[in-house]
Design a protein around this ligand. Structure first.
Ligand code: NFA
Length: 102
């Protein structure tokens, strides 16, 4: 019978490297209509930011046009985008959430 795996001693003992999944930024886009308090509430409830972080990100989006809410794997990012956009629409606000590969 054959018992040699053929990998050899060096590879047999090597640390198993685990592939890191691609990461995606989730962003909010500025608009002229969504209330600042609503954006802060979104950042706190969907992205787990505290009040100070949420106000900082909201003001960054307000002044620069767009800003990063967080960095996630693909499925988590897609779910955040869908939930934030459905929540904004359900409150009749035009706030837009998007994602971009890092
Ligand atoms: N620009 C919006 C306002 O002046 C606030 C806002 C900030 C909207 C961040 C969207 C994103 N009411």
């Amino acid at each position: 019978h054959e018992h040699d795996s053929g990998r050899g001693l060096a590879l047999e003992t090597a640390k198993p490297e685990v592939a890191r999944p691609p990461l995606f930024q989730v962003l909010l886009l500025n608009d002229d209509f969504t209330p600042m308090d609503f954006v802060v509430e979104v950042l706190r409830s969907f992205f787990n930011l505290d009040q100070e972080q949420a106000v900082q990100v909201m003001l960054h989006v307000h002044t620069r046009g767009r800003g990063v809410c967080g960095v996630f794997t693909r499925e988590v990012a897609e779910t955040k985008v869908t939930h934030v956009n459905e929540y904004s629409r359900s409150h009749q606000h035009p706030l837009l959430c998007t994602m971009e590969k890092l």
